[in-house]
Write a protein that binds this ligand. Structure first.
Ligand SMILES: CC(C)(COP(=O)(O)OP(=O)(O)OC[C@H]1O[C@@H](n2cnc3c(N)ncnc32)[C@H](O)[C@@H]1OP(=O)(O)O)[C@@H](O)C(=O)NCCC(=O)NCCS
Length: 150
């Protein structure tokens, strides 16, 4: 069988509904359509969002912010049927490259404690746990703050 040909490209405003729908199918409530759309109101030099597409259908996404030499991974998600194919790794790699081109050398992110797939992904890029934000995702749902310097 032929290997599916995924494309990684910059997110367009027309992708917002598909991206919000993936986020919701992943059972996540942090980002909704309005928040994703709001990203397009911000200066392009401060935010970068990518999607992964297969036959023009959005199957994954990720975003990063940049400011004052510091960068934050905002979100990463891959639709369930397309996970474990290296898409998040590809997206994250390109997000970090974009931020480095803007001048970033310090990277942060928040991830829920117990989210092993995401934590393993971030650790594979060298991110390390630096602190915990209690109840960050709701009562009893703490966030790990992870940091990468490079
Ligand atoms: C986390 C997530 C984005 C990973 O996406 P993905 O495209 O499946 O990840 P990749 O295929 O690029 O995997 C890259 C690495 O991540 C880690 N990883 C991914 N899925 C994993 C799993 N189910 N269990 C353990 N490690 C996992 C592994 O280190 C993997 O490398 P390997 O395949 O060489 O072992 C995906 O599971 C997802 O969308 N989860 C729900 C949304 C979410 O929690 N986002 C994080 C926001 S902080």
């Amino acid at each position: 069988m032929e290997k599916p040909e995924y494309q990684i490209r910059e997110m367009l405003i027309g992708d917002v509904s598909a991206v919000a729908s993936i986020e919701s199918c992943l059972g996540r409530t942090n980002w909704n359509k309005q928040l994703f759309r709001g990203e397009f109101d911000l200066a392009p030099a401060l935010r970068y969002w990518l999607i992964a597409a297969l036959d023009n259908e959005c199957v994954g996404f990720g975003g990063i912010s940049y400011g004052a030499e510091e960068s934050h991974i905002l979100n990463v998600g891959v639709a369930i049927g397309h996970q474990r194919k290296g898409l998040a790794r590809l997206i994250l790699k390109q997000l970090l490259e974009w931020a480095a081109e803007q001048g970033a050398s310090t990277y942060f992110l928040d991830v829920e404690i117990g989210n092993t797939p995401a934590i393993s992904l971030y650790e594979s890029f060298g991110f390390e746990e630096i602190s915990v934000r209690a109840d960050y995702y709701g009562r009893g749902r703490d966030a790990l703050v992870m940091h990468l310097q490079r």
